[in-house]
Design a protein around this ligand. Structure first.
Ligand SMILES: C[S@@+](CC[C@H](N)C(=O)[O-])C[C@H]1O[C@@H](n2cnc3c(N)ncnc32)[C@H](O)[C@@H]1O
Length: 249
């Protein structure tokens, strides 16, 4: 399968009947209400991708799909694997784009045997590598480098492991160098800082102490990245303001 370049497909966008002036205030209000109720009902645990549980909000997956198609990374790195559905999701799109010339690297501190056994039999696991360990340890970073991933193009990094502020900040500092200008870091679960009054599953992460707080502190020091607000377009997102684009070296 061979796709044309992005500009070719973009020609069709002028025929799409998009509404220019949207009611952002109402969209945001309704989204926050839905996010709060869906969070309390743990709807994010109810999804699978090609058979494997993925702990994501489907609207975020749509944005990630758009990003992967546009950027066509040869390497995608994700911290926090859980059952592995997200790795299979990235792999399925990259497989369509690149055939077998890509790699998806996952880092998981607690890669359980039942997940590993099933993933290893999945046809889209071939180009996936899971590194067992703490995402912020120097050994893990070295293991990523040892895999010699192709870092020449638009790398995408997804941070979805422990969501405490200090941990995410450390991940941002460590993984930002894998990304070239044009590439992205996606910081998952900023919803934890944004939604008022939600009960978080992980009691060690509290409002103002989660991924969005880490982003704010990171961006104060690191001006190579900016938040891509276009990725907020549905408002229903667990990664609201979490898509960071690298704009300079
Ligand atoms: C939210 S889940 C990941 C969900 C997965 N990305 C998906 O979309 O299906 C978070 C995972 O991060 C792992 N984790 C927690 N702390 C970690 C750390 N320090 N390093 C690596 N993984 C960690 C947990 O064991 C858990 O499986």
């Amino acid at each position: 399968m061979k796709f044309e370049d992005v500009a070719f497909y973009d020609q069709i966008l002028k025929y799409v009947k998009r509404k220019e002036k949207k009611d952002f205030e109402s969209l945001s209000k309704a989204a926050k209400e839905w996010l709060r109720i869906s969070y309390e009902n743990k709807i994010y645990y109810d999804w699978t991708w090609l058979g494997i549980p993925i702990i994501q909000t489907p609207s975020d997956m749509m944005i990630i799909q758009e990003l992967i198609f546009r950027l066509r990374p040869k390497t995608l790195i994700e911290t926090g694997v859980a059952h592995g559905g997200s790795l299979i999701f990235y792999s399925s799109i990259l497989n369509l784009i690149h055939g077998s010339e890509y790699s998806v690297i996952g880092i998981e501190i607690d890669f359980r045997l039942h997940n590993q056994r099933i993933l290893e039999k999945h046809p889209l696991y071939k180009n996936v590598h899971v590194i067992k360990g703490d995402s912020t340890s120097i050994t893990t970073i070295q293991k990523i480098k040892d895999l010699q991933p192709d870092l020449s193009g638009n790398v995408i990094v997804v941070l979805d492991s422990y969501h405490g502020k200090d941990h995410v900040l450390k991940e941002l500092e460590l993984y930002s160098d894998f990304v070239n200008v044009g590439g992205y870091i996606l910081v998952c679960d900023t919803v934890m800082d944004i939604l008022e009054g939600i009960e978080l599953t992980d009691k060690t992460v509290s409002r103002y102490n989660g991924p969005k707080s880490a982003i704010d502190e990171f961006l104060e020091k690191d001006t190579r990245f900016v938040i891509d607000e276009n990725c907020n377009k549905l408002f229903i997102s667990h990664a609201y303001n979490g898509f960071l684009k690298k704009i300079r070296d």
